[in-house]
Ligand binder design. Structure first.
Ligand code: ADP
Ligand code: MG
Length: 365
């Protein structure tokens, strides 16, 4: 299975009314679903470029419509043991945070709260349907990558070490060493944690907008299903990437330039990984940035959905083109759809370490 890549064009904001709109959605043939984004060539306005995606969402698409079409269908797979990754890519101001986090009003809620709400609902249903034989636990981790350093957002900013948390490879997955995890009972629990964590992000930086457009925010939702001594674990990751604009063109101070270099580097490495994978190269340069190590495009098991956020105005022209170029190539990435192994809990042995032994068994014979 490939990475599913969809584009979402945001509407004009109130203050943008009357602005020149140059990005539009189209279909291959009349009556077919929207799969094409059209944008004029910057050199010759009469010429139009077309980029094909797995799906294109118009300005009028609601949060609910996007979630129902792109995320809801994968919740079942998550509970079957597949990992699901959803990430938003695009220029700052195009709607990544709106898509992932969204607003506080019910209708404005983004992918993340809707995902959690669905996970809790399904978890409760499983417990009920199995008469409590299967229990479902949900635990959250939330961190950001800033200047190629990993910071835990569930910890107060004072506890941050300047060098950030290290990464390690374990069972073919990249894990953040020392990352905290909080168990969550329901949506209320989640919202409290999430708001608190987002506040940690604010207090750790002086200018939220500048900061959030320069860091990658990663939420991990770990779902653990336990039936007797069988434990099945899977993870949904929701990622709000840093802005993909080319900061070299903006008038940045010295400090900002260092930041931009690190952010540009990770997004540049991401585009290199996408290219290498779509060319079928043996060597994929994952390891060249922490973000790409964590994202492990095409390496992770399960389902990956990339949402390209677009603003339709002319003022974004060149940055929009470059993000269209990167993301339309990502479609060719293969993702191995492999369920996570079931782990059997062993009765605690009285060995010297006193730790519980876990034995891995393949899920399918
Ligand atoms: P990004 O995170 O990519 O920098 P934001 O999510 O902050 O962008 O969006 C920029 C602005 O546009 C915000 O004011 C946001 O509320 C608004 N916006 C983005 N997408 C939509 C949408 N689909 N509908 C309405 N407003 C949107
Ligand atoms: Mg944002």
């Amino acid at each position: 299975m490939s990475v599913r890549v969809v584009a979402r064009i945001r509407p004009l904001l109130e203050k943008e009314h009357g602005k020149d709109v140059i990005v539009r959605a189209d279909s291959v043939e009349e009556g077919k679903p929207l799969t094409i984004v059209k944008i004029p060539s910057p050199k010759n306005e009469s010429e139009e470029f077309s980029f094909a995606f797995n799906g294109v969402y118009e300005q009028s698409t609601t949060q609910e419509e996007l979630f129902t079409a792109e995320v809801a269908p994968h919740i079942k797979a998550l509970f079957q043991g597949l990992d699901v990754t959803i990430f938003a890519y695009g220029v700052t101001g195009t709607g990544k945070t709106h898509t992932m986090r969204g607003g506080l009003k019910l209708a404005e809620r983004g992918v993340i709260p809707r995902l959690l709400s669905n996970v809790f609902r399904r978890g409760k249903k499983i417990a009920k349907d199995t008469d409590g034989d299967t229990t479902v636990q949900v635990a959250l981790s939330y961190y950001e990558i800033y200047n190629d350093k990993v910071f835990d957002l569930l910890e107060p900013p004072e506890k941050r070490t300047p060098s950030g948390l290290p990464l390690r490879e374990k069972d073919g997955k990249t894990i953040v060493v020392g990352l905290s995890e909080r168990s969550c009972e329901d949506l209320k629990d989640f919202e409290k944690l999430y708001i608190e964590a987002n506040n940690n992000r604010v207090t750790a930086s002086t200018k939220l907008n500048a900061h959030s457009s320069r860091s990658h925010a990663i939420l991990r939702v770990k779902v653990t299903q336990t039936t007797g001594d069988m434990v099945r674990e899977s993870t949904a990751s929701a990622i709000d990437l840093a802005g993909s604009e080319d900061n070299r063109r903006t008038d940045n101070g010295k400090e900002r330039l260092i930041e931009s270099a690190a952010i540009n580097k990770s997004l540049f490495v991401l585009s290199q990984c996408i290219d290498a994978i779509s060319r079928g190269d043996k060597r994929i340069p994952y390891r060249e940035s922490k973000m790409t190590r964590i994202l492990s495009l095409g390496q992770n098991n399960g389902i990956t959905i990339m949402i390209l956020n677009l603003a339709p105005m002319r003022s974004y022209h060149l940055d929009t083109l470059s993000s269209l170029n990167v993301s339309s190539r990502a479609k060719r990435i293969e993702v191995r759809e492999i369920e996570n192994e079931i782990v059997f809990k062993q009765p605690p042995r009285t060995n010297s370490s006193g730790s519980t032994n876990m034995q891995r068994q393949p899920l399918r014979p």
